[in-house]
Design a protein around this ligand. Structure first.
Ligand code: SAM
Length: 239
């Protein structure tokens, strides 16, 4: 179903294949050529990834667990999950992101013939917007993607992601509680018209309502904050 229609999605796709790709590849990478704000976002985002991996492991080993990483970016979550033995399907609307994620996974996972007993499975990478994902996964994760869509679009995206998950759905989003402080900083987050995509904040209640509408309830909550990065993390399960 086409839940994110027309222009929003096209703008996002174009951004993440162009200036957005360059910008976020740097932020999600390890090189020193980042400014203070970008470094702060890098650290905040890494904390979110770490929290999510921990949340997932609380329920037991990830060995053999199927995970859909929707909007995988450069693979920041897919790669550590694969290291834990998860069977990951990673997809993103941006071909540039998928290519980068794939290259990073090859480098970091180094599945060698000399250790055939290794339980690491190379993630399956695909260029696909999350609306066209299908199939069933034990766990679906979608980190820092909803920020690109207004709540009405996000509702449908959340419903669709829940329909792909058998046991768990983890979402992270920029919470509306930090609206004012974030607004002040939004210029620094998305400077310049060419780099700009709109940033949408989501109220936790709205996300919770969208989950309830499709029969899911929130079981765990987390929050990452640094100076310039805010992410609410929710883990939902069938109600
Ligand atoms: N989830 C990754 C992470 O946390 O490292 C990447 C987060 S990045 C801020 C947002 C990503 O969402 C981008 O890679 C972008 O291309 C992707 N994206 C945006 N809209 C999407 C959609 N409708 N379907 C799939 N991916 C999308």
């Amino acid at each position: 179903a086409e839940v994110v229609g027309g222009s929003d999605k096209e703008v996002v796709r174009e951004y993440f294949n162009g200036t957005g790709f360059q910008r976020w590849k740097k932020i999600y990478g390890e090189t020193d050529d980042v400014n203070k704000v970008q470094l702060d976002i890098r650290i905040g985002h890494a904390k979110t990834v770490e929290s999510v991996v921990m949340m997932l492991k609380e329920d037991g080993s990830l060995n053999g667990v199927t995970v859909c990483d929707a909007g995988c970016g450069t693979g920041s979550l897919s790669i550590p999950l694969a290291k834990e033995g998860a069977v990951v399907c990673a997809s993103d609307i941006s071909a540039a992101m998928v290519q980068e994620a794939q290259a990073k996974a090859k480098e970091e996972l180094q599945i060698s013939d000399t250790s055939p007993s290794s339980s690491i499975v190379m993630p399956k990478f695909e260029v696909k917007d999350l609306e066209s994902l299908d199939g069933k996964y034990d766990t679906v994760v979608c980190l820092d993607v909803l920020i690109h869509y207004p709540q009405d679009k996000a509702d449908a995206m959340i419903g669709h992601l829940a329909s792909l998950a058998e046991n768990r759905l983890i979402l992270s989003f920029a919470p509306k509680t930090f609206y004012y402080s974030l607004l002040k900083r939004i210029g620094e987050l998305f400077p310049g018209p060419s780099k700009a995509t709109r940033a949408y904040l989501h109220a936790e209640d709205d996300v919770e309502r969208a989950l309830q509408k499709v029969g899911w309830k929130i079981r765990k909550r987390g929050l990452t904050t640094t100076q310039f990065y805010f992410a609410k993390i929710v883990e939902a399960v069938p109600a």
